[in-house]
Design a protein around this ligand. Structure first.
Ligand code: AMP
Length: 695
């Protein structure tokens, strides 16, 4: 729409300060979004929308990388969600008008990814490789770089300082967003024995072309953590608002009308994104059809995993009844396995996705063989998505006369964890797995998310059938009293399940809400009945050397939770209880290769000082007696006061190798657990927000 090169010295957009004190730093709740819509409408209408970045560029040209890093800098300089959102919205709006074909790549660079999760291509270059590249491209000694990393705690800053010392012989061409994105993708795709050197080569080329702060963000992107406090949910909202404004630009709407459009449109994009979390599909559709046309072109599609609906923990059956009494609800076994979203496409293709949208088809070739058989023969089932749990299964055993002598039952999660994750061949499988379906999300071309659970369940049973030792429906009972729930809970535990899932059955509250931890699904685990309610999944970020009998292994570990908003790991406790000698040896062998020379810059550890730090890879599930405020740890810091939240008497339960480093229990969940505990000890239970999922 415009020539961007005219006077761009001052930023055309300054932020008004009114209302800032109320901003929520933990995330962007819908109320904040409404506010953001209002502010952005005012900004759009008050000032000329061009020249928002100093690094201007002409329509049709590739976006300069500096335009993006300049926005990153502004975002990093504030903790206010509204400001963050405004900076990003303005950049995305400019890009969508001038260089729309760059928009998708910008979005990916903002969330530090290269493609949808299920394609499995990841950034996250190891620290030593990056240090090598910095050393080689700046002529500095590795030892100096390592020392500086110790002081600065951020390899991005170390790289900037190294570059500043280096005399510039010639000026390389300016970096553009497409060049950076292409190079990052190339690096992530490189494998094989020469790949390290080739990666270093590409990184050195990029570094040579970087100017100023570009170096910092490039290195952080390569590390896989941008650390500017930009949550993915804010990127989705900014994208929605940028597109809406671009499409309204000539319509001369009033401020109020534009704010309403931004608000409504944002809700649409959020809803569509929950069903179809693929920027590859959503960004081009937004550019072509705008928000109004989005629903017609983007909906749940087999082959693209949606973010699963999650449940809130409850501590007692009484709590379940507080929520559900007088309403129709159902209790289901809470199987102790791994979430499996089964997608069957019209062309017969099949995929199984994990809870974090990872394609698990290679892990479960046996399930891939089973799935076509689960369709009822007399129904014309052409395509579907089922929400299931894959559980380890003890095959029935028979004596010579054909009488069953054992087996035919569920096995605990530990058995499933023994199964290989890659290169699994059906003939080599030792741990059998059975699939239990508890929901249906899509059938024969139609998404079913908007239907109530009773209807979805009916469709599930009408169109599918159990297959012996391979597939069944989740066991369920529509209980109404405490006694009935207790009896069913006991039965579930006896059958090696974790407890029950209690779900709303009818009405609007029983639709499927992707990515949300909803009060319409409650989990009632056997472990909850004492203690804080839920176990926590936490990442091992450090360890303390053992003493006495434990001298040759780590004797205790430092655990942390991942905060997606700030892209940091926050320390939560030291754990040394619940381990057998055998386990301690196993964890030593597992963790020793992950030892780091320095603490990572994105480890926000407070005063916790372990003997060694690790790459974030290993997740422990732990139980705790209760949660307390601590001046040492940083989890959920700021939510209650300046102290963080810590676990008292944490106890190890098991290794969670089905979870990735960013799938820990979140600081929001930990804060909520703490608040619930306080509420219970004050003799009341907490009401509060319905959801605390992705949004
Ligand atoms: P949690 O991991 O403790 O938050 O519990 C939620 C998980 O329980 C889901 O992600 C599923 O993998 C699992 N699960 C087992 N049985 C069911 C069920 N009947 N309904 C929903 N989720 C279930």
């Amino acid at each position: 729409m415009s020539d961007a090169n005219s006077s761009a010295e001052e930023s055309a957009f300054e932020f008004e300060s009114e209302g800032e004190a109320e901003e929520d730093e933990a995330g962007l709740a819908p109320v904040e979004e409404k506010k953001a819509a209002k502010k952005i409408a005012a900004i759009f209408l008050k000032k000329a929308p061009e020249n928002k970045t100093k690094a201007g560029w002409k329509a049709g040209d590739p976006v300069p990388y500096s335009a993006l890093t300049e926005t990153f800098e502004k975002i990093e300089a504030t903790t206010k969600r509204l400001e963050i959102l405004q900076h990003l919205t303005l950049l995305l709006q400019q890009v969508s008008e001038r260089s729309p074909d760059n928009l998708l790549r910008i979005v990916y660079l903002c969330i530090n990814r290269l493609c949808p999760d299920y394609e499995g291509l990841e950034l996250g270059i190891g620290e030593s490789l990056l240090m090598k590249a910095i050393a080689q491209s700046t002529g500095r000694e590795m030892s100096r770089i390592r020392k500086e990393l110790e002081q600065k705690g951020d390899l991005g800053l170390v790289a900037v300082a190294s570059r500043q010392e280096q005399p510039t012989m010639f000026k390389a061409a300016k970096l553009s967003v497409p060049t950076v994105f292409k190079s990052l993708k190339e690096i992530a795709q490189l494998t094989g024995n020469k790949s390290q050197d080739r990666k270093i080569g590409i990184i050195m080329k990029l570094l040579a072309a970087c100017q100023g702060e570009e170096t910092k963000y490039l290195i952080r992107s390569l590390e896989g953590k941008l650390r500017i406090g930009l949550a993915e949910k804010s990127v989705v909202v900014a994208l929605a608002q940028a597109i809406i404004y671009s499409k309204q630009v000539n319509k001369k709407l009033s401020e109020a009308a534009l704010a309403a459009k931004l608000d409504e449109g944002t809700a649409t994009v959020r809803a569509v994104f929950s069903e179809l979390p693929s920027y590859d599909l959503i960004v081009p559709a937004l550019l072509e059809y705008g928000v109004e046309g989005l629903r017609d072109h983007c909906k749940l599609t087999p082959g693209v995993p949606l973010k699963p609906m999650l449940a809130k923990p409850t501590k007692a059956i009484g709590e379940v009844l507080d929520r559900f009494e007088g309403k129709a609800f159902t209790c289901e076994y809470k199987y102790d396995g791994e979430r499996a979203q089964v997608h069957y496409l019209e062309n017969g293709q099949l995929a199984i996705f994990s809870r974090n949208s990872e394609n698990m088809s290679v892990k479960y070739p046996d399930l891939i063989e089973s799935v076509p058989k689960i369709r009822k023969a007399d129904k014309d089932v052409k395509s579907f998505c089922l929400d299931c749990e894959a559980v380890a299964w003890k095959m029935p055993e028979f004596d010579e006369s054909g009488t069953q002598t054992g087996g035919g039952h569920l096995l605990p999660f530990q058995e499933l964890a023994r199964r290989k994750r890659k290169d699994v061949k059906v003939e080599d499988i030792k741990v059998k797995v059975k699939l239990f379906a508890f929901d249906i999300l899509y059938l024969n071309g139609e998404p079913l998310l908007h239907l109530d659970l009773a209807t979805r369940r009916k469709l599930l049973h009408e169109n599918f059938q159990p297959v012996e030792n391979e597939f069944d429906f989740a066991r369920s009972e529509d209980c109404t009293t405490v006694e009935e729930i207790q009896t069913f809970l006991d039965a579930s535990v006896k059958d090696s399940c974790e407890g029950l899932m209690v779900k709303m059955l009818n009405g609007a509250a029983s639709t499927y809400a992707p990515s949300q931890r909803s009060q319409n699904w409650l989990k009632l685990k056997k472990d909850y009945l004492a203690g804080t309610g839920d176990s926590l999944d936490l990442i091992v970020v450090g360890a303390f050397y053992g003493k006495g009998k434990r001298t040759n292994v780590y004797g205790a570990f430092l655990l942390a939770c991942y905060d997606a908003d700030t892209e940091t790991y926050q320390s939560i406790c030291k754990i040394g209880t619940g381990f057998s000698e055998e386990q301690l040896l196993q964890f030593y062998q597992l963790l020793k290769p992950l030892e780091l020379s320095n603490k990572k810059g994105y480890y926000d550890m407070g005063d916790a000082k372990p003997d060694v730090f690790f790459e974030p890879q290993v997740i422990f599930e732990v139980l705790t007696a209760d949660l307390s405020l601590s001046p040492v740890y940083t989890a959920g810091k700021g939510a209650v006061d300046q102290r963080g939240i810590s676990l008292r008497f944490p106890r190890f339960i098991r290794l969670r190798d089905d979870k990735g480093p960013e799938d820990t229990t979140s600081p929001e969940q930990i804060i909520e657990m703490y608040q619930r505990q306080q509420a219970v000890s004050n003799g009341r239970t907490k009401g509060g927000d319905d959801e605390d999922g992705f949004w």
